[in-house]
Design a binder for this molecule. Structure first.
Ligand code: ATP
Length: 256
């Protein structure tokens, strides 16, 4: 692939649902190999924008290009294979085993995953391969999310898109899984776009942070630039939350 070309391009994307304009003209390139966090207030259009990538939502206007092809022109099976996703509300199939859940994408594309590949995927997300035969309700929330990540990686995707993947987890599991995903991103040479409500998570995991407000992109900065004050008032309002928490904790430590 031409390295000058982005892996993902949002080109004037607008998404309307009746009277609501959820995404209001987003234009942005995402380079291969980058880890991008998408943040912003509830209802700002993050999930909708992400869903245009795997065509769960169709752009009303504009285009989404994946490796220079309009996603609407790609065969769904090919798109599913090349774009792994972990989405809020799209959990594991409860009546399928862990192995069957992980293998579902390739199976829909007519390919059977070997047990050794399933074991390898479980090991990638630090689960014992013996989990393959378990049912989802026999797993903790964190383990289920790990299986969700393994499922997203099963087709050997180039792009990983994640919508609040760690939202329902306790802070320690959330931190561990976030680091694991960043490690997998680096090791597998992925391109990752992750929606998160947690600015600290975005700053710590991503190379680049996109901030949405009322359907529009209002900031596009590196974590370092955001911490140095860049990005404007909305971005800085989000950065202030973890910064003030850290300052309050530091003040408590200093207090007699
Ligand atoms: N299928 C839909 N039908 C109608 N309106 C929708 C639909 N999906 C999203 N919306 C609306 O579009 C706007 C943006 O929603 P979206 O879920 O993209 O925001 P978000 O930034 O991801 O929010 P959150 O952080 O709460 O998940 C909201 O006003 C929402 O109600």
């Amino acid at each position: 692939m031409d390295i000058a070309q982005p892996l993902l391009r949002f080109d004037g994307v607008i998404c309307r649902f009746g009277d609501v304009t959820a995404v209001d003209g987003v234009t942005c390139d995402i380079a291969a190999g980058s880890f991008v966090a998408l943040v912003g207030a509830s209802g700002s259009g993050k999930s909708t924008l992400l869903k245009t990538v795997n065509t769960l939502v169709a752009a009303t206007e504009g285009r989404v290009l994946f490796a220079q092809a309009d996603v609407r022109d790609l065969r769904p099976a090919a798109l599913r294979r090349r774009v792994g996703y972990v989405f809020q509300g799209i959990g594991l199939f409860p009546h399928f085993s862990v192995a069957e859940n992980i293998a579902i994408g390739p199976r829909l594309a007519g390919e059977k995953l070997a047990p050794s590949r399933i074991a390898e995927l479980l090991e990638l997300v630090e689960l014992d391969p013996a989990f393959a035969t378990r049912m989802p309700d026999e797993l903790s929330g964190g383990q289920r999310q790990r299986v969700g990540v393994a499922r997203a990686l099963a087709g050997g995707p180039e792009l990983l898109i994640m919508d609040e993947p760690f939202g329902a987890l306790d802070p320690i599991t959330r931190d561990a899984l976030g680091r694991k995903v960043r490690e997998l991103h680096d090791a597998l040479g992925l391109t990752t776009v992750m929606v998160t409500h947690d600015m600290a998570e975005a700053l710590l995991l991503a190379d680049r942070v996109l901030v949405m407000n009322a359907g529009a992109l209002v900031a596009d900065e590196t974590p370092r630039a955001l911490l140095a004050g860049a990005g404007g008032a909305i971005a800085q309002g989000l950065v202030a939350v973890p910064r003030q928490q850290a300052e309050r904790l530091a003040a408590m430590e200093r207090a007699p």
